[in-house]
Structures are given as structure tokens and as C-alpha cells.
Design a protein around this ligand. Structure first.
Ligand SMILES: Nc1ncnc2c1ncn2[C@@H]1O[C@H](COP(=O)(O)OP(=O)(O)O)[C@@H](O)[C@H]1O
Ligand SMILES: [Mg+2]
Length: 236
């Protein structure tokens, strides 16, 4: 096995004195499409923010083998409206690479490539305020891709999406992992679990992991482990 892209060891985190995460161990390899599933309030968003560098861990180690230029991990928040800063689609995607200090030509190259990737190139001059929920999420994904992230974390990406929109986003995620980068979906719903390479369950402040098939057994048993198991939306 090559070195994992992300390696978390003994991670703990508390808000004030209330522990949220206690002893999280987690490894993600390059090219893996992962799902972290857990109850509402189990700490998925908190863990994602720690990996993306938006929160500082209380204890433990978070290691990402990222690129020299760019940001190793990026997170698309649950409410993409909060993340859209540009007036137009193109301006919004420029912001990340501009802040990383790339020159104009490189900013444009990255922005156009990322928009093409999520199928929003034709929308580049549209005001961000006019986009649908699914388009906003895809724009937020483009913003992270333009920054050159190796690990893309998406918090509840399928919320408020219909099946066709979810399908389109899944296609984008699979394209990302095919190009050797990794994705981590955080969700309280088990939407299409078998489409992921790896499934993590966050429970009692720690993470259990496995292949979707092997985790299926565990999921059946989740009632024994979690007092109030997450809602199952769909199999497949
Ligand atoms: N800013 C905050 N201050 C204090 N407690 C918080 C804050 N954000 C989240 N929490 C608490 O931390 C726990 C984990 O929250 P979160 O990471 O959002 O879980 P999830 O994403 O799995 O729903 C919850 O009990 C939540 O109430
Ligand atoms: Mg959350």
C-alpha cells in the first residue's frame, strides 16, 4: 500500500469542555471516493472542518500528503450560499486561486478547467444569485478544484437535490477520483452507499471503516452500537 493521502491518528476535539471527537483514526488513499456517515450531531461537520484546516484539533495528528502549490484539502460546506463570494460564476471561481497567489493566466486556466469539469462553463457570466441549489454546489466544487485540492470534502452535498441533480454530482465526484484525487462525503443519510470505495461510520466520537459490503453487516448492527441509528434513505 502506498502512503495514504490522509492519515488521522488519535484525533480528539471538544467544544468548550464538551467532547465531540475522541480518538479518531482514519486513512484515505489517493483516488478513493469515501462516505462518512453518522447521526446528526455525531461530529461529521466538525471532523471535516478539522481535515480542511478550518478548525484546529485538540489532540492527535492530521497528515495530508498535499501538493506544494495549492491547498491539500478543501471543504464544500452544507450551505453553499455562504461560500459563494463572487458576483458571477467565473468571478467566484477566480477567488480561490487568486488568494493562493497564482498569476492571471494560471488563475484563468484553473477556473476554466474547473468550470468545464462541473459542467458550468456555459454559465460563467451568470450571476451566482441566479443558480439553482445543485448548480451552487457544483460551483462550490469548482472553486475547490481550482485551488488544486487533493482531497475534496463535501458536507451533506445531496441535501435538497433531486435524483437527477444527485446523479450529476456523483458523476463529478467519480471524475475527481478517476483523476487520482479523493473525495469524502459527510452525510447523515445513506444515499447509494455501494457507489463509494469506502464507508466510514462516525459513532461515539470514533470512526469505524471498511468496504461498503463489509460495512453493510455493521450498518445492520448499528442499532446495537448507536442509541439512535442514522436514517437509511436508499440502498443501491
Ligand atoms: N460552534 C459550536 N459550538 C459549540 N458546539 C458545537 C458547535 N458546532 C457544533 N457543536 C456541537 O458539536 C457536536 C457535533 O456537531 P457537528 O460536527 O455539526 O455534527 P454533525 O455534522 O455530525 O451533525 C454537536 O453536539 C453540536 O451541537
Ligand atoms: Mg453536519
Amino acid at each position: 500500500m502506498p502512503e495514504p493521502l490522509l492519515k488521522i491518528e488519535g484525533l480528539a476535539f471538544s467544544f468548550d469542555r464538551t467532547p465531540v471527537l475522541s480518538g479518531v483514526n482514519l486513512e484515505i488513499h489517493a483516488g478513493e471516493n469515501c462516505l462518512l456517515w453518522g447521526l446528526n450531531g455525531s461530529g461529521k461537520t466538525t471532523l471535516g472542518k478539522i481535515i480542511a484546516g478550518l478548525l484546529r484539533p485538540g489532540a492527535g495528528r492530521v497528515n495530508i500528503n498535499g501538493p506544494e502549490d495549492g491547498a491539500p484539502a478543501g471543504m464544500v460546506l452544507a450551505e453553499p450560499d455562504r461560500m459563494l463570494l463572487g458576483d458571477t460564476v467565473l468571478e467566484d471561481v477566480y477567488i480561490g486561486p487568486e488568494n493562493l497567489g497564482f498569476d492571471r493566466t494560471e488563475v484563468e486556466r484553473r477556473a476554466f478547467q474547473a468550470l468545464d469539469y462541473v459542467n458550468l462553463l456555459d454559465y460563467r457570466d451568470r450571476p451566482t444569485a441566479e443558480l439553482s441549489t445543485g448548480e451552487r454546489k457544483r460551483l462550490a466544487v469548482a472553486g475547490a478544484l481550482a485551488m488544486g485540492v487533493e482531497l475534496l470534502i463535501l458536507d451533506e452535498p445531496f441535501a435538497f437535490m433531486d435524483d437527477a441533480q444527485a446523479e450529476r454530482l456523483f458523476t463529478v465526484l467519480h471524475g475527481i477520483t478517476e483523476s487520482g484525487r479523493s473525495t469524502l462525503v459527510l452525510s447523515g443519510h445513506l444515499l447509494w452507499p455501494k457507489r463509494y470505495d469506502r464507508l466510514f461510520v462516525l459513532c461515539d466520537g470514533a470512526v469505524k471503516s471498511g468496504q461498503p459490503d463489509e460495512m453493510a453487516r455493521y450498518i445492520d448492527d448499528l442499532t446495537a452500537v448507536c442509541s439512535d441509528p442514522p436514517e437509511t434513505v436508499e440502498g443501491g
